[in-house]
Design a protein around this ligand. Structure first.
Ligand SMILES: [Zn+2]
Length: 214
């Protein structure tokens, strides 16, 4: 029986290398399958900080994943698996299409993504995965907050300061006036907005502050 598996974690929890590993392991065993991603900075490739990358299907919001899988199966005499990276960005309809890939084409779907956004709310795609998946697993690689506690939240920083609202999808390094970055925090420091970074305006103040010595 094929399964729909959703694996979730925070940014930097090794999530970016895992899709490549899974896809590589399956295809090296002679299995037929597709690697899918979305909004990857390098275009239609899944890349990781380890420097490994593989050609991938770039999933736009209008792409029908069931039809994609069916076309692949027609071409290759079947489909064994789909590995889906950045799965939090898929639309709920696309998650339902992946469920049909499992049920109707008998292919395993391994989806990997983030659970919550910078506001601390479930991504719509991730919510649908949680609702429909046969298996849900939290990735074991643990990320840490600057304080050393387990990091469970993705904070968005605009010009070095944490924000709690704004556009849902903003990928870093996309240009524009604001400097948008992300930082992993524990829940306590995410709620307090206490990031490990010093906002630019505070650097001078810090420099002037008396330094405790002992
Ligand atoms: Zn913390």
């Amino acid at each position: 029986m094929a399964v729909l598996r959703f694996s979730f974690g925070t940014m930097g929890s090794g999530k970016s290398t895992l899709p490549l590993q899974i896809h590589h392991n399956l295809t090296s065993r002679g299995l037929r399958g597709l690697l899918c991603t979305q909004l990857d900075r390098d275009g239609a490739r899944v890349s990781s900080r380890l420097g490994v990358s593989a050609a991938a299907v770039d999933v736009g919001p209008k792409l029908d994943l069931f039809e994609l899988a069916r076309a692949y199966a027609d071409q290759h005499g079947g489909i064994d698996h789909m590995v889906c990276d950045e799965a939090q960005f898929y639309t709920p309809a696309q998650v339902e299409q992946l469920a049909r890939v499992v049920d109707e084409l008998d292919a395993d779907v391994h989806a990997l993504g983030l659970l919550t956004d910078f506001r601390g709310r479930l991504f719509p795609g991730s919510a649908r995965f949680l609702e429909l998946a046969d298996e849900r697993q939290e990735l074991q690689v643990e990320a840490r907050c600057w304080c050393g506690a387990r990091a469970t939240q993705n904070a968005r920083l605009v010009n070095g300061r944490q924000v709690y609202d704004g556009e849902l999808v903003v990928v870093g390094d996309t240009g524009g006036d604001a400097d948008v970055t992300y930082e992993l925090l524990c829940r306590r420091h995410w709620l307090r907005g206490e990031t490990g970074r010093v906002p630019d305006g505070d650097v001078a103040a810090l420099a002037e502050a008396p330094v405790a010595t002992d």
